[in-house]
Design a protein around this ligand. Structure first.
Ligand code: GDP
Ligand code: IMO
Ligand code: MG
Length: 440
């Protein structure tokens, strides 16, 4: 069976964790291919709500082997902590496989992430300060330290010494920060090596053997299309390839193995951190007044839009279909899972952005020039709502209020990919399948 990729279509936090967890039992492997513990994926299991950062959301099922691919950046301390949290919740991490080629986030990466943001001042990206960007920087510069290096103390010490010879002067002379000794970092990191060694694996080989044996693989994207280093709103992006194209790169499974690409689309839009966001309904603290501020506050409150990783209040706005269409193209989406539709039940009418206007020109596509996207005025279509109807118990498309059905049809027709799943509450079973199939 061809493999499936699951990706975010907006700026993250679309509900990737829920949908991955929902379908994971049908897969033999659930694989993270990029990003690190900047991700925060929520899975709700019975009364338990778990926040996953590095662990693939398939970990809840014993049949689905969770894999951390070569494209991921691993903070070993964060991973050990997450595994302990899961074990305390009764979730076994015994099957975890970690690519020996994944890069390690080092303590100085986190310091430099924070320091770089400080220097940018009001132009800061609003990173999660988990050291993601500086770690990928070292990877691209061919100076990174990998999971396999951690497993060999002699090599680890040599690589660390070389890294510190460059990092310490930067930490000290440019940023006035604390410097590190090899011993200090070894004291922290070598115990992680002992804990993580049993999970280290040749994951490229493992996954390709699995494919040959007819096993099913699900690639779980973190972050999202508009945060992709190439296709997102650069420089207000993360440092990895979050789109579906990142899956072959970040795992070593060939692109032809992929047969299904599911885009997770929240029924409205949110963004954490800085950067352009044309349909944003600004909060009062960000200059929003009147209806704009009310809408922003309502979406945030009803949708509980606070970051899983950093606790930050997420910026909120109407659904941007120009971006939706772009995500269909960039990822080659075969399916869309529309999430958090229940949050829109509070509104009389619902706006969707169908184009932008900038300096008298209409844009029906996502403009590549940052300055245009920054100042683009959304052109909205206003659709009738289903105010006051609780849709969280609906389990078929036909049970949804007629205006909700029309909304779904409008979105899928506009963006050009079918909405085959609709999520109406955080729980696993609060999902409507619509012409959904694991076959393709
Ligand atoms: P991810 O990063 O894409 O995995 O998404 P997050 O976990 O960061 O954020 C999604 C939030 O929405 C989580 O708190 C989920 O429990 C919640 N959620 C997911 N689907 C739905 C839904 O259909 N309705 C509501 N109300 N909440 C949802
Ligand atoms: P999930 O997988 C939302 C954002 C940060 C910042 C930018 C760069 O839960 O959807 P980074 O720390 O990656 O260098 O920050 O990217 N960001 C996310 N926003 N959801 C995420 O992950 C994110 N991961 C990073 O807020 O704007
Ligand atoms: Mg998240």
């Amino acid at each position: 069976m061809p493999s499936t990729v699951l990706v975010g279509t907006q700026w993250g936090d679309e509900g990737k964790g829920k949908i991955t967890d929902l379908i994971a039992s049908h897969y033999d492997y659930v694989v993270r291919y990029q990003g690190g513990n900047n991700a925060g994926h929520t899975v709700v299991h019975g009364d338990t709500k778990l926040a996953l950062h590095l662990m693939p959301s398939g970990v809840m099922y014993e049949n689905a082997t969770p894999v951390i691919g070569n494209g991921v950046v691993v903070d070993p301390g964060a991973l050990v902590k997450e595994m302990a949290m899961l074990q305390a919740e009764g979730v076994s991490c015994d099957n975890l496989k970690i690519s020996c080629n994944a890069h390690l986030i080092m303590p100085y990466h986190k310091d430099l992430d924070g320091a770089d943001e400080k220097v940018l001042g009001k132009n800061s990206i609003g990173t999660t300060k988990r050291g993601i960007g500086p770690c990928y920087q070292d990877k691209a510069a061919r100076k990174g330290i990998r999971v396999q290096d951690l497993m060999d103390e002699k090599i680890f010490r040599l690589k660390l010494e070389a890294a510190l010879a460059q990092k310490n002067p930067i930490l000290d002379k440019i940023y006035g920060l604390h410097t590190y000794t090899v011993e200090e970092i070894c004291d922290e990191y070598l115990p992680y090596a002992r804990i993580l060694a049993p999970f280290m694996a040749e994951t490229t080989q493992l996954l390709n053997e699995a494919k040959r044996a007819g096993k099913n693989i699900l690639f779980e994207g973190a972050q999202a299309t508009m945060l992709d280093i190439d296709h997102g709103t650069y420089p207000y992006v993360t440092s990895s390839s979050c789109s579906s194209g990142g899956a072959p790169i970040g795992t070593g499974v060939g692109a032809m193995a992929i047969g299904k690409v599911i885009g997770i689309m929240k029924a409205y839009t949110t963004r954490v951190g800085g950067g352009p966001f044309p349909t944003e309904q600004r909060f009062p603290e960000n200059g929003g007044v009147g209806e704009e501020a009310e809408t922003g506050e309502a979406l945030c409150a009803i949708g509980h839009e606070y970051g899983v990783t950093t606790g930050r209040k997420r910026r909120c706005g109407w659904l941007d279909l120009v971006i939706g269409k772009y995500a269909v193209d960039v990822n080659g989406l075969t399916d869309i899972a529309l999430t958090k539709l229940d949050v829109l039940s509070e509104f009389d009418t619902i706006k969707v952005c169908v184009a932008y206007e900038h300096e008298g020109k209409r844009y029906d596509y996502c403009p590549m020039q940052q300055s245009v996207l920054f100042h683009a005025k959304p052109i909205y279509e206003e659709l009738p709502g289903w105010k006051g109807v609780d849709i969280s118990e609906c389990r078929t498309f036909e049970e949804l209020p007629e205006n909700a059905q029309r909304y779904i049809e409008y979105v899928e027709e506009f963006v050009g990919a079918p909405i085959t799943m609709i999520s109406v509450a955080p729980e696993r079973d609060a999902t409507i399948y619509r012409n959904w199939s694991f076959e393709y």
